[in-house]
Write a protein of this length. Structure first.
Length: 267
């Protein structure tokens, strides 16, 4: 099943990025993105390195047992900070940390390279009141496979010009859209316009059947062009080395209920 999904993802990714190859050509190299509900994503590079964002243990999403070489946590709320659910969590980086006196939670600046992948944080807030309601949040910027992935965590506000500049050019953007605890659909559109991702916009942290505590995706999708609904799969391939399209595509993925763990990372 995983090979079938990957093949489908490569075909879709190629369709998003440009004309398809001849039938006898080898498939293009690609990074693979998988969504496991809420803000839990796994990015697998073409060399097999796996980066996981914000793993959770929400029963409605089936408790997937996936593996990571790098695990990135945007903030310390339970639905984003459960690396123990992973079959292998690799190196774990937290975007927030308790202060030395244990009385507050502060940002934990990260800018490190793990093999060929660079991971770094950008300090933001979980609300529009400077963290007074829900505290702090870390945006993750990941450079891998010649692409830049930006995971906004539980962003609660539009970005400043300085924050947009610090994020820099982005190929694939993971953006919360469900409101209530994060920016809503209309605000998310503005944040996407601020960041201007080149290839893909992947909505996250929104209500789905069986887990409707958050608003669904329609507010965000309303009026948008270049939208692909791929809710029959949780997997999407991003071809490497191809020219970016004129405008990014917003892809609505599904999520799967994994019944077995990934193989452990290669040592």
């Amino acid at each position: 099943m995983t090979r079938l999904l990957l093949a489908a993802g490569v075909l879709v990714g190629s369709a998003l990025a440009g004309p398809s190859s001849r039938a006898d050509d080898p498939p293009p190299k690609a990074a693979t993105v998988r969504w496991f509900g809420q803000s839990f994503f796994q990015v697998e590079t073409s060399a097999g390195q796996r980066i996981v964002f914000d793993p959770h243990a929400i029963p409605a999403f089936g408790g997937p047992r996936v593996s990571a070489d790098i695990t990135l946590i945007s903030h310390l709320h339970d639905d984003h900070a459960q690396p123990e659910v992973l079959a292998d969590k690799g190196r774990v980086f937290f975007g927030l940390k308790p202060t030395k006196d244990g009385k507050r939670i502060d940002w934990n600046p990260v800018d490190e390279k793990v093999l060929t992948t660079r991971v770094r944080t950008l300090p933001t807030y979980h609300d529009a009141l400077g963290g007074m309601q829900r505290g702090k949040n870390a945006v993750w910027v990941v450079e891998a496979d010649g692409l830049v992935f930006c995971h906004l965590g539980d962003l609660g506000h539009e970005l400043t010009g300085a924050q947009v500049k610090a994020i820099g050019p982005v190929d694939v953007l993971f953006v919360p859209i469900g409101g209530i605890y994060t920016i809503n659909g209309e605000q998310a559109k503005k944040v996407v316009a601020q960041i201007k991702p080149k290839r893909l916009v992947l909505p996250m942290h929104y209500g789905v059947p069986g887990y409707d505590d958050l608003v669904g995706p329609e507010e965000f999708l309303d009026g948008q062009k270049n939208v692909k609904r791929m809710t029959d799969t949780n997997e999407l391939a991003v071809p490497l080395g191809e020219k970016a399209p004129d405008a990014p595509t917003t892809v609505l993925l599904g999520f799967k209920k994994a019944d077995k763990a990934d193989p452990p990372p290669k040592k």
